[in-house]
Design a protein around this ligand. Structure first.
Ligand SMILES: [Zn+2]
Length: 269
């Protein structure tokens, strides 16, 4: 077996993924884990299909609400602004956009003209003037509906994509200017085990393997940051006082190589 990132030889591990019923393979060279055969997951992602479509009218939010109540969402926004410095986005596409948290913040900040969400789970849907919401997989969206997208956003989606190289090729062919994503970081033991065992993730990245993946796909301008959450940590309880103080100071996360998440911004221009 060959590593899909760096083509080194990979070894089978004892980590059996309960969604795929498959063992994960490990690549020592680039530090990554992989499920080596693809499973048809379309039914899994649309498992709420029998439910009525739930079209919610979007209510315009004030961005300060996210600053305090959704620190993770706000931190993603800050990372995007910091790494794209002054770039304006007119047409944004989010893959796996769920209940529209990131759309809501970008809209409140007046950041774009139009926003499209592609979300296979039909229990999510939103109606808003500058929002298009498709309950389907990204692969199923007709090409003509993706023309003119200047930023693709995807949080915890890339690890679900089996053929990542094909995905990047499609992104490049569409003429997208920026790609912004976040994936779990296997440098954290708890994140690693969750990712390997309990989620439908084909690939599990470290900072080094993610960098190799982007290099291999010909990306030359990108920023990768490994993040340790401070105010919204899923595994640790922060004392209330320090949580409030950190929130007020906007210190919701710190850079840490062993942090829980890897965030990346690719500039394709
Ligand atoms: Zn590798």
């Amino acid at each position: 077996m060959i590593c899909p990132v760096c083509t080194s030889k990979i070894e089978i591990t004892q980590y059996n993924n309960e969604v795929f019923s498959r063992e994960n393979y490990y690549c020592e060279f680039c530090n990554s884990f992989h499920i080596v055969d693809e499973k048809d997951m379309s039914a899994y992602y649309a498992d709420e299909y029998h439910k009525d479509f739930n079209f919610k009218q979007y209510k315009k939010a004030f961005w300060l609400k996210d600053y305090f109540s959704k620190p993770r969402n706000y931190s993603r926004y800050q990372f995007l602004k910091k790494t794209t410095e002054g770039v304006e986005f007119n047409n944004i596409l989010e893959i796996g956009g769920g209940n529209g948290d990131f759309y809501s913040l970008m809209n409140a900040k007046g950041e774009m003209d139009s926003y499209t969400i592609v979300e296979p789970n039909p229990s999510y849907n939103l109606v808003a003037e500058n929002l298009l919401y498709h309950n389907m997989l990204f692969e199923e969206v007709p090409e003509d509906q993706l023309i003119g997208v200047d930023l693709i956003v995807m949080f915890h989606v890339l690890e679900h994509i089996f053929d990542v190289d094909a995905f990047f090729t499609r992104v490049k062919q569409l003429g997208v200017k920026y790609l912004f994503f976040e994936v779990p970081n296997i440098a954290d033991k708890r994140v690693k085990e969750d990712s390997l065992l309990r989620h439908p993730h084909y690939h599990h990245y470290s900072e080094s393997s993610l960098k190799m993946l982007l290099d291999k796909n010909g990306f030359t301008k990108y920023a990768i940051s490994s993040i340790r959450p401070v105010t919204y940590h899923p595994y640790e309880i922060t004392p209330k006082i320090s949580r409030i103080l950190n929130k007020l100071m906007g210190r919701n996360e710190v850079a840490d190589r062993k942090g829980l998440y890897l965030r990346a911004l690719i500039n394709l221009t």
